[in-house]
Design a protein around this ligand. Structure first.
Ligand code: HEC
Ligand code: HEC
Length: 346
């Protein structure tokens, strides 16, 4: 292991240095920021990572107790082996198999996100869990009742006491534990990362490199930085003037935001099919075909996807293949195999 790889391994290593809060010992968990990533947006000083808080967040994430009928956990729609989205679902499925409105988004790299959800409707990671818990198409429960159920469990009470020094659990600690589990999920160990960080002499092959160059030229204006998103809201031409889902307009009530959606990160994209806010494309081939051939015009279509009368991005079929080979280098198998993020019961 060279130096960078070693530092990265520390990310999941629990430091043995303990410090003391009253009588209770809180063990810090190391969180290191990959050298090729921008600075975190999450204020870690308000909710620092601890071993106990993280473990509690992980338990909550996998616990169906949080849904109304005890059948759905966060992990029902955010599955580790599917890069933390719901595999094979265009729209997510919640309690009683009710159909959600949108395709699930992945959890990893939330530490760096400027806003959450396809329409940016949730400004902070701490507020995210309330939405699926209270959404009647998802977990259909009330936050107060979740807190009540947790307080009724001696096991949870002991775990919360250990993590946050509280005798009675409140929604504040529930949300803090959730945030710790989610922000610690940093995904930065794909072949691409090893290549840009020059680890273990990793190289992209000829076709992947050609795809990378095409990507920088044609895609990186929106899918920018090593997070592969500029976190802006844009219309990439999926629909004409009358989309079923109005996207960002639903939040801002501004017509100029019609059909604009969060530019998604493309990390682990080979694992997260289907694609787009409504999961309309089943494969990366279909996505490439969209950019090359089926971009729809409308008043809010992004100007980058219009040049004179031509819509979309000119791409030959060979270029589309090379782009997909490049996108495949963004798959981080350490994320899907990391036991720290798996169901603690298994
Ligand atoms: C029924 C399926 C379902 C369940 C259950 C669910 N989610 Fe989600 N999750 C989604 C969908 C769909 C989205 C995208 C919502 C949107 O954009 O409107 C999403 C988005 C998110 C995001 C935003 C990611 C981003 O980059 O914007 C986070 C974080 C998240 N969920 C965490 C959770 C947590 C924590 C729980 C459990 C308390 C949970 N989810 C339960 C389906 C689900
Ligand atoms: C004008 C900005 C823009 C450009 C340029 C752009 N994209 Fe996108 N891309 C988006 C937006 C916005 C979405 C989400 C749209 C939605 O779901 O409504 C998206 C979605 C995607 C998705 C689906 C990801 C997922 O998780 O669902 C892929 C894959 C993708 N783009 C690849 C590319 C590639 C490859 C290129 C270059 C050929 C490219 N994009 C160029 C803005 C852009």
């Amino acid at each position: 292991m060279n130096k960078q790889a070693w530092i990265f391994a520390l990310l999941i290593t629990v430091l043995t240095c303990s410090f003391f809060v009253g009588k209770q010992s809180v063990t810090a968990k190391a969180l290191l920021i990959p050298s090729n990533f921008p600075t975190p947006t999450y204020d870690l000083s308000k909710n620092p990572l601890t071993e106990e808080g993280f473990a509690l967040g992980r338990k909550l994430f996998y616990d169906p107790l949080l849904s109304k009928d005890g059948t759905i956990s966060c992990a029902s729609c955010h599955q580790q082996d599917a890069g933390f989205v719901q595999a094979d679902h265009d729209l997510s499925h919640g309690v009683e198999d009710r159909l959600g409105k949108r395709n699930a988004l992945p959890i990893f790299n939330a530490l760096f996100r400027k806003s959450f959800f396809w329409d940016g409707g949730v400004p902070k990671l701490d507020f995210v869990p309330v939405n699926p818990i209270e959404n009647e198409l998802e977990m259909d429960e009330k936050m107060d009742n979740v807190v009540h159920k947790l307080n009724a469990s001696t096991n949870y009470r002991a775990l919360f006491k250990n993590a946050f020094s509280v005798d009675t659990i409140s929604s504040k600690e529930v949300l803090q534990a959730f945030a710790q589990f989610m922000y610690a999920m940093v995904s930065a160990n794909a072949k691409y990362d090893k290549f840009v960080r020059k680890e273990n002499n990793t190289l992209l092959d000829k076709e992947e490199l050609a795809g990378f160059n095409l990507f920088k030229d044609k895609c990186a204006s929106c899918h920018s930085t090593d997070l592969f998103t500029d976190d802006s809201f844009r219309n990439n031409g999926l629909d004409n003037e009358h989309p079923k889902d109005k996207g960002r307009e639903e939040i801002t009530l501004n017509l100029a935001d019609r059909a604009k959606f969060k530019v998604p990160s493309l990390r682990n994209v080979s694992l997260t099919a289907p694609y787009m806010h409504d999961g309309r494309f089943n494969s990366l081939e279909e996505v490439m075909d969209h950019y090359a051939n089926t971009v729809q015009n409308s008043s809010t279509l992004d100007p980058l996807l219009k040049s004179g009368t031509r819509l979309g991005i000119p791409l030959t079929s060979n270029e589309q293949k090379q782009l997909i080979l490049f996108l495949n280098t963004l798959t981080d198998s350490t994320l899907i195999n990391n036991k720290d993020f798996s169901n603690p019961k298994h």
